[in-house]
Structure formats: structure tokens, C-alpha cells
Design a protein around this ligand. Structure first.
Ligand code: TYM
Length: 332
């Protein structure tokens, strides 16, 4: 059976981008079709300045939202990365496989490193090695598919390179995974700045729809979205990024093709209104289920406990094999 692995980083409140780019397909498709593991990758949240209490709170909230978005622990495994030691164990072996040069070429390292420096912060070494830990997350489970948004493409490419290199040097050990992306909304853009990705750790939240925003706030954010100077509604990401983003969101939330939907509109106002309502309808059941689950943390804890135990059982034999393959003496 195909194995799927994907994860989400608890560095901020989850966004419509996280949902449309990744989580929705995990719930609607991957957990039904494959042997799927979904992880709150909390170790990754330590690669930039962080507040320990906030990371703990967001880890719980992200796990709760993954369940609220439809992940069913009877169909898939939901767990927290730091509960399974194999991620860190394997990451070290992959640091001994990756090169300094290839990590410095990673776009997210360049962007986030530059941002940290501009804010007067020092760049943590773990920001550079982040994609290696991500590769370990995926390879430890012999995942075939990694359902992610467009922004993770380069990281999954590196994961493939590391798997191939390791296998060539030490004998076949790892499955070489491939990234999968949703047909629409693989890159949801910020509503105020359609040139940048809608990201959960942005300072300004005006252009970011959070999964837990109430209906009125969602409407306000969508209605105030920056559009373009033209007036006709066309789907062109280059010349009309703001309008194209709204069409992508509308298509993802209500079904349909963004370019075809464009033909149905003659004004930006009507497009914004329909997009706002489609987003509100999409998020309503998630918010409702989140409120129920948040009141039952005992259940969420149990899911995470059982998930970690299943994840450990899956990863340990493979990581042990990798340790032996590189020449480390098994414990005597
Ligand atoms: P993260 O936490 O930034 O995002 C989680 C998932 O949401 C997708 N996503 C988006 N998709 C479309 N439009 C957007 N604006 C948008 N913003 C986020 C991301 O592509 C991702 O699929 N490095 C990863 C976490 C990670 C991981 C892994 C993923 C760590 N280990 C192993 C897969 C497999 C990240 O920072 O995702």
C-alpha cells in the first residue's frame, strides 16, 4: 500500500493556505487511499526565535485543528514529531549525507536567514539543517508520497537526492518519495500582498485568513483584499495576481476551474463577495468541530499517544537499518 507522510509546523495559527494547500487533501483523499501519517513537526518550530509556551500551545492547537479538519485516527496516524526519537536520530545520519553547499542553496533558508539578520537576530544553525530534518521525517517512514503546498517542492527534491545518495553509498535503504500538490490553490497568496505566500508567521494578519477566524473577520479580510488596477475579471497570475488569487480560493472552496469561474464575473466586488461566502462555508464546520475537540483534550491526548506509538513502531526498524548500513556498531 502507498505510504503518505506530511507535516505542519506549529509556528503560528494555521491558515487557509495550510488547509487548501495540504490539510484538506490529507482528510479527503490521502487518509482513505493510503497508509498515511500526519505530524505536528514541533522540532522545526525551534529553528527561529521562539517562545516555549507558545510552541507548546500551538502544537496542541495544530493537532486539534488537524482532527477538526477531518483527519480520522481510525484511518490515519496523527502524532507529534518530538514524541518519536527516530526523527532526530535519522536527521544526524542525513547531515552526514547532505552537503553544506546544497543546504545553503535552499530558498527558504536564504529568505528566513535574511529576515532574521534584518531583525538583528542571529541565524540558528538548525535553520540551515532544517531541510535535513524534514528529509528524515519523510524517509524514516518509507513514504512514497508527500502531499504539500508548492512552497515545499524544493525540500522534497532535496529529500529525494539524499535518499538516492544514501542508497548508492550504503545499499538500498530508503524509499525515494515524490511530492504531490493539489490541482488548485497549491500556493495561496497573502490577500494584502498577492506577491507573497499566505504564511502563518507574517507580522501583519490583515491578508491572512486563519482557520479559526470568525465569519465576520473572514468576510472583512476577503472584502479588503488588494486587487489590481484593471476592472475585468481574468485569471492571470502574472498580470493580475490579486484577482487570480481570489479566483483560486473561490475555485478551491466551491469547486470548479479558476479560469472558467472568471467568465462568470464582471466586477471585483461580486467576486470578493462570493469568495468570502465560499471561505466562510468551508471553514464553518472546522471551527465548530475544533470547539468540540478543544473541550475534550483528553481525547486529543489519547490520539497523540496512540499515534506516536504507531509511528515509533514504523520508523524504528528502518532507522536501525540505516544505522547499521553506515557502519555503526549495534548496541552490544
Ligand atoms: P508549513 O507548516 O509551513 O505548512 C504546512 C503545509 O501547508 C502548506 N502551505 C501552503 N499551501 C498553499 N498555500 C499556502 N499559502 C501555504 N502555506 C503553507 C505547506 O506547503 C505545507 O504542505 N517544512 C514544512 C513542514 C514539514 C514537512 C515535513 C512537510 C516538516 N517536515 C515532512 C511534509 C513532510 C513546513 O514548513 O510546512
Amino acid at each position: 500500500m502507498t505510504r503518505t507522510f506530511s507535516g505542519i509546523k506549529p509556528t503560528g495559527h494555521l491558515t487557509l493556505g495550510n488547509y487548501l494547500g495540504a490539510m484538506r487533501r490529507w482528510a479527503d483523499v490521502d487518509q482513505h487511499r493510503t497508509d498515511a501519517l500526519f505530524c505536528v513537526v514541533d522540532l522545526h518550530a525551534l529553528t527561529v526565535e521562539h517562545d516555549p509556551a507558545r510552541v507548546r500551545r500551538l502544537t496542541r492547537q495544530s493537532a486539534t485543528l488537524m482532527l477538526a479538519a477531518g483527519l480520522d485516527p481510525r484511518l490515519c496516524t496523527v502524532f507529534v514529531q518530538s514524541h518519536v526519537d527516530e526523527h532526530a536520530r535519522l536527521s544526524y545520519l542525513l547531515e552526514c549525507t547532505a552537503t553544506d553547499g546544497e543546504l545553503r542553496r535552499m530558498i527558504q533558508y536564504k529568505e528566513k536567514g535574511a529576515r532574521a539578520q534584518a531583525e538583528g537576530q542571529s541565524v540558528r544553525l538548525s535553520l540551515l539543517t532544517y531541510p535535513v530534518l524534514m528529509a528524515a521525517d519523510i524517509l524514516a517512514y518509507a513514504a512514497d508520497e508527500v502531499p504539500v503546498g508548492e512552497d515545499q517542492r524544493q525540500h522534497v527534491e532535496l529529500t529525494r537526492d539524499l535518499a538516492v545518495r544514501f542508497n548508492q553509498r550504503y545499499g538500498h535503504t530508503f524509499t525515494v518519495p515524490k511530492a504531490t500538490h493539489p490541482p488548485v490553490a497549491a500556493r495561496v497568496m497573502d490577500l494584502q500582498d498577492p506577491g507573497s505566500k499566505m504564511g502563518k508567521s507574517h507580522a501583519s494578519t490583515a491578508g491572512i485568513v486563519h482557520l479559526l477566524d470568525d465569519a465576520d473577520l473572514v468576510r472583512k479580510k476577503v472584502m479588503r483584499a488588494v486587487t489590481d488596477s484593471g476592472t475585468d475579471v481574468v485569471h492571470d497570475r502574472e498580470s493580475r495576481p490579486g484577482v487570480a488569487n481570489l479566483l483560486d480560493i473561490l475555485a478551491a472552496c466551491s469547486g470548479g476551474d479558476p479560469a472558467e469561474l472568471a467568465d462568470a464575473y464582471t466586477s471585483y466586488g461580486a467576486l470578493k463577495k462570493d469568495t468570502a461566502e465560499a471561505v466562510v462555508d468551508t471553514l464553518a464546520p472546522i471551527r465548530k468541530r475544533h470547539a468540540e475537540l478543544a473541550a475534550d483534550q483528553g481525547y486529543v491526548d489519547q490520539v497523540l499517544r496512540e499515534g506516536a506509538s504507531r509511528a515509533r513502531e514504523t520508523a524504528r526498524p528502518l532507522v536501525d537499518r540505516a544505522y547499521r548500513a553506515v557502519g555503526l556498531l549495534p548496541a552490544v
